[in-house]
Design a protein around this ligand. Structure first.
Ligand SMILES: [Zn+2]
Length: 248
């Protein structure tokens, strides 16, 4: 019994996704300056997710293998420490861009901080990204699935671009992930409410999750980021807020 308790206490709540399929690629923009904010805010280019969400990625890939052989997942963003959400928020608050960033002071904050959201696209067998009509993180209406019919009709999105987005959505939907209205690349495991009920918001550093084949004995999984701002500790709020899709 003690061994079981110790195992639970020392098992990180996230898993490293990349080793689960050697075909998958990572392009984690927040580990570079090539992102919405022009600043590097992750110490490493890693995709960490809740184990159940990681399994859903395998299901999505299996669907692609069955229906569109050669296509594979390419990850842009996965778990985001809650303290990083403060960094992003502080960079945009008071500006028009703030409407695209989840407020970390809110009840939910970003679903990415629960390890239950993923930003991703599709790549072909040679690793080339499929044309989705806009770049990842293009913050404009052409990125928004709710306006696709309009842009298709006006010729600003092509049938091939819409088809590629639909393939991504079908794969993710088959795996039990939910898209949102305003970003073709973002998918959640459930609603804000169900995610809050199931998981705790996290602020563990990336280094708390050992890479494939490694152990991590010097960084307890409950450790928090040294740069964590006040009030950014792991929290789990009450479940009463309606689901409001946004840039998170
Ligand atoms: Zn996202």
């Amino acid at each position: 019994m003690l061994a079981l308790v110790l195992l639970i206490a020392t098992t990180p709540p996230l898993v490293d996704v990349a080793p689960l399929d050697p075909r998958w690629r990572l392009d984690i923009r927040y580990a570079t300056k090539d992102n919405f904010f022009g600043r590097r805010v992750y110490p490493a280019a890693r995709c960490l997710l809740r184990p159940s969400v990681a399994q859903r990625m395998k299901r999505a890939q299996a669907w692609l293998d069955a229906h569109h052989p050669g296509l594979r997942l390419l990850f842009k963003d996965c778990y985001r420490p809650h303290s990083v959400q403060f960094v992003l928020w502080n960079a945009v608050k008071g500006t028009p861009k703030s409407r695209y960033v989840a407020n970390p002071h809110g009840r939910t904050g970003s679903i990415h901080s629960y390890g239950a959201a993923v930003d991703l696209t599709l790549a072909d067998a040679d690793g080339r990204e499929l044309d989705m009509g806009t770049a990842y993180d293009h913050l404009g209406p052409r990125s928004q699935p709710r306006f696709e019919a309009r842009y298709l009709a006006s010729g600003q999105l092509t049938p091939a671009q819409i088809r590629n987005r639909r393939r991504l959505r079908r794969a993710m939907r088959h795996a039990g992930m939910r898209g949102i209205r305003n970003e073709w690349w973002h998918f959640n495991e459930g609603t804000s409410r169900t995610v809050r009920r199931r998981y705790r918001r996290l602020d563990i550093p990336f280094s708390a999750v050992a890479p494939r084949g490694a152990t991590n004995k010097d960084q307890p999984p409950g450790a928090t980021n040294k740069n964590e701002p006040p009030g950014a500790r792991t929290t789990a709020g009450p479940a009463s807020q309606p689901y409001r899709p946004r840039k998170d």
